[in-house]
Design a protein around this ligand. Structure first.
Ligand SMILES: [Zn+2]
Length: 536
């Protein structure tokens, strides 16, 4: 019988170079679990580890943690990160370059999962729009496991752009939380509501959390910094400081709930229910369960990474993930499942807490371009859309600029005068495949995020500490370490405990998980960090 024995390597062909695995199962794992924490920087785990008792402790201390893992690209946003984790490809290849890009044909912003050919289905009301993985240009690991082993695939999150890219174009079950209609799925995955989910949502209404109080899990002395940090923002009905009481009316209950650890707890229990309902890990194939916890992102955008709120969400996630792993131990069996933990991006500090920094909205970049072109072509709206680092021209403008180098140069000069911007360059500089190996790290990172039909005509990069948004207190979406560096941790049978250095990216997750369950998954931008050998 083939024995499934993983070994740790840091270079693709270097062979087995790891410490002996803790356990060597005689059969391959029957369940792949992908846990994504939206907006979790690597240092959150280091910072919280002394206080962790649950799942984050178990993964960080009993799994293999690739300590230097980071996204290599510029547009460190949710849809791009989840698509990278789900497919093992980078945005230039998987195509999910932003959460929403400018559709040049329709002249409208297009959310990454939007699909006019399908219809969303609300579990407790009529849902708007339609979402699918139609814009995802490469296959996911989950699709491959489904096709090659007959495994069941499940994805759960508060966001469609965090669940859909983890499973792809088909799934056994998928649900996300819509601000207006609550739990939602799409006809892309099933023609109607799934009965077990319908029953679960009816028996476990989110509104049961109305009136609950979010207080710090530990005593205040366990938290770094102050609770009322300068520049912190908060949802309607709350203040900067604990306790945070969830309203009993909608609004503002739904917005508050999504920004409370109760939403993460709900997702963790929902994931456990999915394991029971489908018998995940107990079928003939290799099953796939993805859970993306969204609350940290929503809290981080408002309260900022130094806040007691962010620290508490992470502490409670440790417990929530611990409960999910304990449930998997009981139902699937310890040693019968593999886990990857990562994040879709990190986050920068509040600009108020960063000397010399500030905020600039996207409209200021567009105004600078339009002002620079007025002397050449007359007053007009030449730049029409800003998607953080990506600026888009109206149809025909790029051609006019190609014919008028002085006008083209004036655009860049005007952008570089803006205090927020460190870099501004035409996308034509990064369009060629060689740009993805450019020696200039800014051009290289932008090229790895670049898709010709979806990315902007001009790429801008904010100065350190600056934000190209006025709506959030803190945000992400750049090539700085605070946005790119995220945890990449593998845990499961045969995966040795330890912290590893060396290059690694979240694009390595899908091929590594494929290797751990013996289903090779070709991912040209990633490589197995933990590979299987089979003794004869
Ligand atoms: Zn975010």
């Amino acid at each position: 019988m083939r024995r499934w024995i993983p070994c740790l390597v840091l270079t693709a062909a270097a062979g087995c170079a790891s410490a002996p695995p803790q356990t060597q199962p005689s059969t391959r794992p029957s369940l792949v679990v992908v846990i994504v924490v939206d907006q979790m920087r690597t240092d959150y785990i280091e910072r919280g580890l002394p206080h962790f008792t649950g799942g984050l402790r178990r993964l960080a201390t009993e799994g293999t943690w690739f300590r230097d893992a980071a996204y290599p690209y510029l547009n460190t946003v949710t849809c791009a990160g989840h698509s990278t984790i789900g497919t093992g490809s980078l945005p230039y290849r998987h195509g999910m370059v932003l959460n929403a890009w400018w559709d040049r044909e329709t002249g409208r912003s297009r959310p990454c999962t939007s699909d006019g050919t399908v219809r969303n289905i609300g579990y407790s009301g009529k849902a708007a729009g339609g979402d699918s993985a139609r814009s995802l240009l490469v296959p996911t690991l989950a699709e491959t496991l489904r096709r090659e082993t007959g495994g069941r695939t499940v994805a759960l999150s508060l966001k469609s752009r965090s669940s859909i890219p983890l499973v792809g174009r088909s799934a056994t079950a998928i649900a996300w939380f819509d601000e207006l209609t609550g739990w939602t799925t799409s006809t892309a995955y099933a023609p109607t509501k799934l009965p077990w989910l319908d029953r679960y949502f009816a028996a476990n209404p989110v509104k049961a959390d109305a009136g609950r109080t979010w207080e710090r899990l530990l005593s205040p002395s366990h938290y770094e910094g102050v609770d009322d940090g300068t520049g912190e923002r908060f949802p309607q009905g709350w203040t900067q400081t604990f306790p945070h009481v969830l309203a009993t009316t909608v609004p503002p209950f739904t917005a508050q709930w999504q920004r409370s650890p109760f939403a993460d707890e709900y997702l963790g229990k929902l994931a456990g229910a999915a394991v029971n309902s489908f018998g995940l890990g107990r079928g003939k194939g290799v099953d796939f369960l993805a859970v993306s916890f969204s609350t940290l992102d929503l809290v981080g955008h408002q309260f900022g990474p130094a806040s007691h709120e962010v620290q508490d969400v992470v502490l409670r996630l440790d417990r929530t993930i611990g409960a999910l792993l304990d449930h998997l131990d009981k139902t699937v069996g310890r040693g019968r499942y593999v886990v990857a933990l990562s994040a879709d991006h990190g986050v920068g500090s509040l600009t108020e807490q960063y000397a010399g920094a500030g905020r600039q909205g996207g409209t200021e970049s567009l105004a600078a371009i339009n002002g620079a072109l007025a002397p050449f072509f007359g007053e007009g709206k030449y730049a029409v859309h800003s998607a953080y680092t990506d600026l888009y021209f109206a149809p025909g403008v790029l051609r006019k600029l190609e014919a008028n180098p002085n006008a083209a140069a004036a655009v860049l000069a005007a952008l570089k005068k803006l205090p927020a911007l460190a870099h501004a360059f035409y996308a034509s500089e990064i369009a060629a495949p060689e740009a993805r190996q450019a020696s200039d790290p800014v051009r290289r990172a932008a090229a790895l995020s670049y898709h010709p039909e979806r990315s902007g005509d001009i790429i801008v990069v904010p100065r350190p500490g600056w934000m190209l948004s006025t709506t959030s207190a803190a945000t992400h979406g750049t090539l700085y370490t605070h946005d790119q560096q995220v945890p990449v941790i593998f845990y499961g049978p045969g995966v040795a405990a330890g912290v590893r250095g060396g290059a690694a990216t979240p694009a390595d997750i899908a091929p590594t998980l494929g290797a751990l369950v013996g289903v090779p998954f070709a991912a040209p931008d990633g490589r197995p960090l933990v590979t299987l050998t089979a003794d004869k």
